[in-house]
Design a protein around this ligand. Structure first.
Ligand SMILES: [Zn+2]
Length: 244
């Protein structure tokens, strides 16, 4: 059983190494996914800003037209001032000129306020566009990194699986099956180290009797943690895992 445990230790080590590689790939994929989602949001925000900018420009054009019309009306009326025939006409014409001037002034005020809003929107648009460009560049870099790493990762995993296959033959199939089953249910760890009577898989105290048997290393059966059911092993007296 001791030699079985030593082989299982090596298998466990390989499985953890494989998981580290897989986690690295998952992490990178997740980063890319998150970034893509963020870019989608930024693009949508840019489209919305463009729509708002377009609406403001249209409003400003309308106001320009209104200002132009008021200006035209007031110039025309001012020319007519020289040919008024009586006070009544003068009063009416002055009222009209005042109205046109007022309308022109209002238009200019509105235009100033809308132009300021437009300026803000354009600044926001540029800022978002710059952000988008930077993040797109980042995404391209990450995608390139993922593409470049994939073959290396696959090669490393294949080599580790091959080593694992070679080790498997040294373990009885039912023990291997048990190890794999626990591993699949317990976050990829099927074999746990026991230190000072504590299972390092679930950090629960194990019965002293089990610990003694593990330390003696003479037991005919593998010991399992009563709490997490992981197969158990201990460090040797030098505190090192034995090399097989
Ligand atoms: Zn445990």
């Amino acid at each position: 059983m001791i030699s079985t445990l030593r082989v299982l230790e090596r298998i466990q080590r390989i499985d953890l190494e494989i998981r580290t590689i897989e986690d690295e790939e998952k992490r990178l994929c997740k980063t890319i996914e998150d970034l893509e989602l963020e870019l989608k949001g930024t693009r949508e925000a840019i489209i919305a800003i463009e729509a708002e900018t377009g609406a403001l420009k249209a409003q400003i054009m309308e106001i320009d037209e209104k200002i132009r019309e008021s200006q035209e009306r007031s110039s025309k009326d001012e020319k007519r001032l020289n040919s008024v025939k009586n006070d009544r006409e003068l009063t009416a014409l002055t009222k009209e000129i005042n109205g046109a001037n007022k309308s022109k002034k209002q238009g200019e005020q509105d235009k100033t306020s809308l132009s300021a809003k437009l300026g803000e929107k354009e600044a926001l648009f540029n800022a978002r566009q710059d952000l988008l460009n930077g993040r797109e560049e980042e995404l391209r870099k990450l995608a390139g990194e993922l593409e470049a790493s994939r073959s290396g990762w696959k090669e490393a995993i294949d080599a580790k699986l091959k080593s694992k296959d070679e080790l498997k033959s040294a373990v009885a199939p039912e023990i291997l099956k048990k190890y794999e089953l626990i591993r699949s249910r317990r976050s990829g760890v099927g074999l746990a180290l026991v230190k000072d009577e504590i299972c390092q898989g679930c950090f629960t105290h194990i019965p002293q009797q089990v610990y003694i048997m593990l330390k003696r290393g003479t037991d005919q059966e593998l010991q399992s943690c009563p709490h997490c059911h992981r197969l158990l092993h201990v460090e040797d007296d030098k505190g090192q895992l034995e090399a097989v």
